[in-house]
Design a protein around this ligand. Structure first.
Ligand SMILES: [Zn+2]
Length: 124
């Protein structure tokens, strides 16, 4: 058997093994593999454009802008870190763990009722 034939057969075996998972929602597969809750946020949520400190959007942000400064509060952001904080906050909001009256006053509701500072940005 050639390498190509072997690879084709192996691909077919893997496809057959994964077939039962085909109709299971992706988040349930990940949750069962990791034991963690998966929360889907809106595809069009502006995570890069939104200042995670004050919540204002930078409508002029281009894909090539890797760093930007918020015109409203003056905070300079690394595009990817700002986006990841916004995605985390949105996931927490959707899950009901955060009730933001404003972005700056967001509080995380932990099961014990204690607030905890964000490990990334130190905000509460
Ligand atoms: Zn800002």
């Amino acid at each position: 058997m050639s390498n190509n034939e072997y690879t084709k057969r192996l691909e077919n075996v893997i496809k057959q093994m994964l077939q039962p998972l085909k109709d299971i929602p992706f988040n349930l597969v990940i949750e069962s593999m990791t034991g963690k809750k998966v929360i889907k946020i809106d595809t069009f949520y502006p995570s890069s454009k939104t200042c995670h400190i004050c919540g204002k959007k930078n409508e002029n942000l281009k894909l090539s802008d890797r760093e930007w400064t918020c015109e409203h509060c003056g905070t300079t952001h690394d595009r990817d870190i700002n986006a990841s904080i916004n995605i985390l906050n949105e996931g927490l909001r959707i899950s009901g763990m955060v009730v933001p009256s404003t972005q700056m006053e967001a509080k995380i509701r932990l099961p014990r009722g204690e607030a905890q500072a964000c490990e990334i940005c130190s905000s509460i």
